[in-house]
Design a protein around this ligand. Structure first.
Ligand code: HEM
Ligand code: HEM
Length: 226
């Protein structure tokens, strides 16, 4: 084993637990027409998180960056999955190959779900903020795709949570504590720069997080409205 190392910065952790709450709310509110306005608002905020996570993937600390967990080849992903199923701990500090793949899938699905929600319209109760800018065919496609994508999000999230519980209880890796405290086993490696708990990352994350969430809400929620 090895001493814990700072891995997940505050913005990864805060964002993670906020999207957990947001997606749970979306699954409940999505089928209730009385909650459609708040559903759209929370969906736009989730879209803002997607924008943040993409930018943070290039500007955040080492383990948040996409370069530290490039999309794996099918062979690498399969080998990583086999190791997990065999309960062999992968000595990677940040995302494993298969974990990284799940991150790409979740970000893409959430982004597409938010976009199709914003382009949806039923011409009676609801017209998304992007609907006035796209053709009737695109609105129709988006309105049909949104429930399908939101179910794909749900299925991916269930697999993600089962995988985390497997690591936590069957493999005795303290991943959940890691997503709370930011600390994970270092496997003998040094914390790469920029340090995830540094003031610079805290401040940079604050600016990017606020601009992405506030900007997305300002543009789609207030300026374009619905
Ligand atoms: C709506 C539900 C959820 C979504 C959308 C979600 C999404 C994500 C994403 C995108 C990441 C990657 C973090 C990043 O690099 O930004 C992640 C990591 C993680 N999630 Fe979740 N998550 C969900 C629910 C949960 C729950 C309920 C738990 C706890 C039981 C959990 C535990 C974790 C842990 C421990 C990691 C870090 C894994 C590692 O150390 O490699 N997640 N999740
Ligand atoms: C990533 C974020 C989002 C998630 C996870 C999500 C999830 C869902 C779910 C689960 C449903 C129910 C589907 C069904 O009937 O089977 C739904 C419906 C809907 N969503 Fe979203 N949604 C998101 C974002 C948005 C956004 C941004 C908008 C609009 C701005 C939106 C507008 C709608 C509308 C209009 C419906 C249909 C409501 C109804 O017929 O009662 N969603 N969504």
């Amino acid at each position: 084993m090895s001493l814990p190392q700072p891995v997940w910065d505050l913005w990864i952790r805060l964002g993670h637990w906020l999207i957990v709450a947001g997606i749970m709310f979306q699954q409940i509110s999505g089928e209730n027409i009385d909650l459609v306005n708040i559903h759209a608002t929370v969906g736009i905020l989730l879209g803002g998180w997607v924008l943040f996570r993409v930018i943070w993937g290039f500007t955040g600390p080492y383990h948040a960056r996409f370069a530290s967990f490039p999309p794996p080849s099918p062979k690498t992903a399969a080998a990583s999955l086999r190791r997990v199923l065999n309960k062999e701990t992968e000595e990677t500090v940040g995302h494993s190959a298969i974990g990284g793949l799940a991150v790409y899938l979740l970000i893409t699905l959430l982004g597409l779900t938010a976009l199709t929600g914003m382009a949806s319209s039923d011409d009676i109760f609801f017209s998304g903020p992007l609907a006035p800018f796209v053709s009737a065919n695109i609105i129709d496609l988006a309105s049909r795709a949104h429930p399908i994508l939101s179910k794909a999000v749900l299925v991916t999230v269930i697999i993600h949570v089962l995988a985390v519980l497997w690591h936590q209880f069957a493999m005795r890796e303290r991943l959940i504590q890691g997503m709370i405290t930011g600390l994970k086993p270092s496997f003998g490696s040094q914390t790469p720069a920029p340090h995830p708990f540094s003031k610079m990352i805290l401040l940079r994350g604050f600016v990017i997080f606020s601009l992405c969430i506030g900007g997305t809400y300002g543009l789609f929620g207030i300026y374009l409205g619905w």
